[in-house]
Ligand binder design. Sequence first.
Ligand code: NAP
Ligand code: ZN
Length: 346
Amino acid sequence: MALARGYAATDASKPLQPFSFERREPNEDDIVIDIKFSGICHSDIHQARNEWGNSIYPMVPGHEIAGIVTAVGSKVTKFKVGDRAGVGCFVNSCTKCATRDLDLEHYMPGLIGTYNAYEADGVTPTYGGYSDSIVVKEGYALSIPENLPLDASAPLLCAGITLYSPLMHWKAVPGKKVAIVGMGGLGHMGVKLAHAMGADVTVLSQSLSKKEDGLKLGADHYYATSDAETFKTLAGTFDLILCTVSAEIDWNAYLGLLKVDGTLVLLGIPENAVPVHAFSLVPGRKNISGSMIGSIKETQEMLDFCGKHNIVSEIELIRMDQVNEAYERVLKSDVRYRFVIDMATL
Ligand code: NAP
Ligand code: ZN
């Protein structure tokens, strides 16, 4: 067992604080990663504050992990000491069924989260990336392309794959009109990725305050959802709408922006339910769906795609002791566009 240091939430209402814990002894198929950077995802905040009602404390959040391999087990073939490695939202999954072969392991009940979960033994808690090291099976670690800066690559491990997967699944190809709702951590990655895939990209943000950035990152159009005219102007426009909003909004209004057969995909996971009216779906054969991160294979594909197109996150690098302040700023949509913790400051 190796002693690790990090920051943890100890209950839903207290700020995160320094926390020491033990990382398990590496097995023959494990690698040890010296964590250099850890992104702050809004899901970290939802879980640290028990907004999904499933929190396990103490909780070390963080599932956008980028670092350097410091040790490899005897059966490891993908990594060697000194390699750049990333860990995303899960560190284990069911391997017994065919689903892993279909690259859908992230939708299986056996999924083990990087934090706020228990290891396969059912009793040892998993601890995430707001810490100095992690031990992970090599099959759940990702290779980060050499040409990408490590700090700005960390958010690809969650924000990147969460947008890449639905853009690929619903085929955001040239000629498709794609809207991204919310220009936050997930949303700004969606703009970059959809643009690189050749789709026509529209940002639907609460205001026009980030319009200049949105257009620079690859959006073709940018509208404010606080302006009721937006919903009239854009009625029936989109093939695909990816909603990254972390709060409850009126999905019926957004369904009105879809073309016939268009799809609204929920990526954001607000605390409370939102009603959907049948009239929002029936006239127009519209679809509402959801999507969660991506498989390990697809995450590696996404990283390689980002390497090829030179895509990383727009980040604000912060010290570990700024994490609580960063959470407050995320809640106010005051982040451009992802906070990343420099773990050297722990
Ligand atoms: P974020 O950086 O806070 O971005 C969310 C954006 O939503 C904000 O920047 C804001 O964009 C918009 N927004 C916030 N409150 C709003 C409100 N009341 N009304 C309208 N728009 C609002 O968060 P994130 O890290 O991108 O995560 C977003 C959501 O996705 C969270 O719920 C998170 O848990 C979830 N998530 C899901 C997955 C998945 O696999 N499905 C993966 C990661 C995260 P504007 O300022 O542009 O309006
Ligand atoms: Zn996340």
